[in-house]
Design a protein around this ligand. Structure first.
Ligand code: SAH
Ligand code: SF4
Length: 414
């Protein structure tokens, strides 16, 4: 069912009205995915369990949800048989719906997902020799309209809920068959589970899918806290990276309240160019942004900040740009590494990718300046899974539909 109620997400300049992010289920049951243990405890208490019982059951259920990945209360074998239907009547264990799953020739996978109220968004899994990275979305669409980014052209925007964000990680684990297997039937309340943890495919998470994570701060924080919870998914904060286009006022909070690695979409070294390609720059300028990076809690030479730089032909890719980049990063004494991203084109984009020679030269100059600047290999291009290509099939179809309608109207008018 479409959700028509509106709320605001900050836009480039003014807040943008968007669909609100919580739609209660029609059957009145509550989805437990996305809730911290204390909220599950409170719900159990509200449903009639006494304090002690509620706390104990919440602990058990939390473990089943996030450590074992079960999606059915019947599978919770250390919870009394009579208790399981009681839970199922009141609660559900949700996952985003999978609309389509695609596999690239290079091993990259992309999923088109759908929220229960019909909004589509995407997630991408990128396997490498030594790691498997899940690229997670924080919003449906994005209000920021960076000129080189396909997601920024989506009309519809909605914040994803904590459940929809952590749900992506759960779903990826389901698909990769990555939940620890074993039996817990005979365990006492305090017993240790006896199971074997499988070798891990999903080792890293990047908040680099659709959306600006710092414009959905609370939900992203709550979701990542679940991802990092030692009793649950237990991924280390060192293996999680959040990418922002530069929402300066939320950056310190990100370091303090989430504590993950920071990536900043810099993309330009002058006001003019950054204003054009990353329009949030008009609100929070380069100096402010670099100062916020210098102040980022937890950044150090061991935990450097990644600066993403998309290579756009004749726009931001000159030798002078490279030298200015080095100068700026040094002026602010930033523990930095630079990620050079070849521009991934999409239909209607106004930019072209820099030539491989230009990218190599740019990279060499930054390296010579003492800052690591590898060129990121585009992955999953054949399934539109590469950086900045995420825009849902539904949106693409609706544009095609619009084109057809326009063509028909022209024929009729003529
Ligand atoms: N909104 C956040 C995170 C999502 S975008 C941000 O902007 O940082 C993830 C990265 O992909 C960003 O660095 C973004 O600038 C980059 N990107 C967007 N469109 C791209 C494109 N067409 N080609 C290459 N990189 C792109
Ligand atoms: Fe939004 Fe990031 Fe795309 Fe900019 S690059 S429009 S901030 S998703």
């Amino acid at each position: 069912m479409a959700d028509t109620t509106l709320m605001s997400i900050p836009g480039q300049v003014d807040p943008v009205p968007v669909a609100r992010d919580i739609t209660p289920r029609e059957d009145g049951r509550v989805d437990l995915i996305g809730l911290p243990k204390k909220d599950i405890t409170a719900l159990f208490e509200g449903a009639g369990l006494d304090k002690r019982q509620a706390k104990l059951r919440a602990k058990q259920v939390f473990h089943w949800l996030y450590h074992r990945g079960v999606t059915d209360f019947e599978a919770m074998t250390d919870i009394a048989k009579t208790m399981r239907p009681w839970l199922a009547e009141r609660f559900v264990i949700g996952r985003p719906d999978v609309v389509e799953a695609q596999h690239s020739t290079d091993g990259t996978r992309k999923w088109l997902l759908k929220t229960s109220d019909g909004h589509e968004f995407e997630m991408v899994f990128i396997p490498d020799a030594d790691r498997g990275t899940l690229c997670v979305s924080s919003q449906v669409g994005c209000t920021l309209n960076c000129r080189f980014c396909h997601t920024g052209t989506m009309r519809l925007v909605r914040n994803l809920t904590p459940g929809e964000i952590v749900g992506q990680v759960m779903l990826a684990r389901d698909s990769l068959g990555e939940w620890p297997k074993g039996r817990m039937d005979d365990l006492g309340d305090e017993g240790e589970a006896e199971y074997t943890a499988d070798g891990r495919l999903l080792t890293n998470i990047v908040m680099m899918g659709m959306g600006e994570p710092l414009y959905n701060f609370d939900n992203v924080r709550d979701a990542l806290q679940l991802v990092m919870d030692g009793d649950g998914l237990a991924l280390s904060k060192r293996r999680i990276t959040l990418s922002t286009s530069g929402v300066v006022p939320a950056m310190a909070r990100c370091g303090e309240e989430i504590g993950v690695n920071l990536a900043v979409s810099l993309h330009a070294v002058s006001k003019d160019v950054r204003d054009e390609i990353v329009p949030i720059n008009k609100k929070y300028g380069l100096e402010e942004l670099l100062q916020a990076c210098a102040d980022y809690p937890g950044a150090s030479n061991a935990r450097r900040i990644t600066f993403e730089y998309v290579m756009l032909k004749d726009k931001n890719d000159s030798d002078e740009d490279a030298r200015e980049l080095v100068r700026l990063l040094k002026a602010y004494k930033l523990p930095a590494k630079v990620n050079l991203i070849p521009f991934n084109p999409w239909p209607g984009a106004v930019y072209e990718c820099s030539t491989p020679e230009r990218i190599k030269r740019f990279s060499d100059i930054v390296f010579e300046g003492g800052i690591s600047a590898p060129v990121r290999t585009p992955r999953g291009r054949d399934i539109d899974a590469a950086c900045g290509q995420l825009k849902t099939t539904a949106e693409k179809k609706s544009r095609a539909q619009r084109d057809r309608e326009e063509a028909e109207a022209a024929v009729q008018a003529g």
